[in-house]
Design a protein around this ligand. Structure first.
Ligand SMILES: [Zn+2]
Length: 297
């Protein structure tokens, strides 16, 4: 399931084809994804310019020229593919070109944006947990999906103090607390496991135990905040490389190979030199957690 770095990579891949461009034609091949598409979705977008394509947590947030927001979520299996026309376009800084001849998702292609200047953006989603909607007010605070999101972890404003305020009084395990999008936006199972490993914090630890009586962050929480930023930044960097290398054979954006230290490594030796234990998997709130019981306390 795509988390913040994957969504950010998708955003960076889509931006050259979409930002500052009008929707020339929009194909909605079915009336619904996870939710019904908004009324007259295709008509609503056609002829309108997308001014900017941003991201909030795991959501892509495009601002249309009349200030409405186009909000897109990839769900479990959503993919975007970009086709660009001709060399002129690929010469633009930040632009890229992919050969999409072998798009395995073609059967499940649900929405196609034909953009000004020849870019075509195709959205496919075999499991249809993704969705697209339009927030006419243009106000994130009025949107049901965006209004409850916590701070962006890569913002300067996301400090140990801010995270401490989100965790104070929480009796749930830190793993579960960090998956709560109201505590911090954009984290999912993979990057929570990785950040906790790098911080040496057990996923089972009670969240509130990382906050002092005064409400100030403990030293361990200061480290956790830094590690959250680090794992996300590294993954975005890796995603950027995958865009540059055109590494995706089917032209899809945002799914790239990572090397994880604990995630999905059950039974393999812990990477900490001299540790000697194997990575364990437990289930918390119905999700797999991977950790080292020696390195993480
Ligand atoms: Zn270890």
């Amino acid at each position: 399931m795509p988390e913040l770095p994957e969504v950010e990579t998708v955003r960076r891949g889509l931006a050259p084809a979409m930002e500052g461009r009008r929707f020339v034609r929009v194909e909605a091949k079915r009336p619904d994804l996870r939710f019904p598409l908004p009324d007259a979705f295709a008509d609503r977008l056609t002829g309108t310019r997308l001014e900017t394509l941003g991201r909030r947590g795991k959501y892509l947030v495009g601002r249309l020229e009349n200030d409405a927001l186009l909000i897109m979520h990839l769900g479990m299996s959503g993919r975007f593919v970009v086709e660009t026309d001709g060399a002129a376009d690929t010469a633009r800084p930040g632009a890229f070109h992919l050969d999409t001849g072998a798009n395995a998702h073609a059967m499940h292609e649900h929405v196609v944006f034909h953009m000004e200047a020849g870019g075509t953006v195709r959205y496919s989603d075999p499991r249809r947990f993704g969705f697209m909607t339009i927030e006419e007010s243009g106000d994130e605070a009025q949107n049901a999906f965006l209004q409850s999101l916590g701070p962006e972890p890569l913002d300067r404003a996301f400090t140990p103090k801010v995270l401490a305020a989100g965790l104070a009084g929480r009796k749930s395990p830190i793993k579960s607390a960090l998956l709560d999008q109201a505590v911090v936006a954009g984290l999912g199972n993979i990057y929570v496991c990785e950040a906790l490993f790098r911080s040496g914090i057990s996923p089972k630890r009670i969240a509130a135990s990382l906050v002092k009586q005064s409400g100030a962050p403990t030293d361990r929480l200061v480290r956790l905040t830094a590690m959250i930023k680090q794992v996300l930044s590294e993954a975005i960097e890796a995603g950027g490389s995958s865009l540059r290398d055109h590494a995706q054979a089917d032209g899809s954006l945002g799914y790239f190979q990572h090397t994880f230290t604990v995630y999905d490594r059950e039974g393999e030796p812990c990477v900490t030199p001299g540790c000697g234990r194997d990575v364990r998997r437990i289930v918390q709130s119905g999700r797999s957690t991977f950790y080292c019981s020696r390195c993480q306390r």
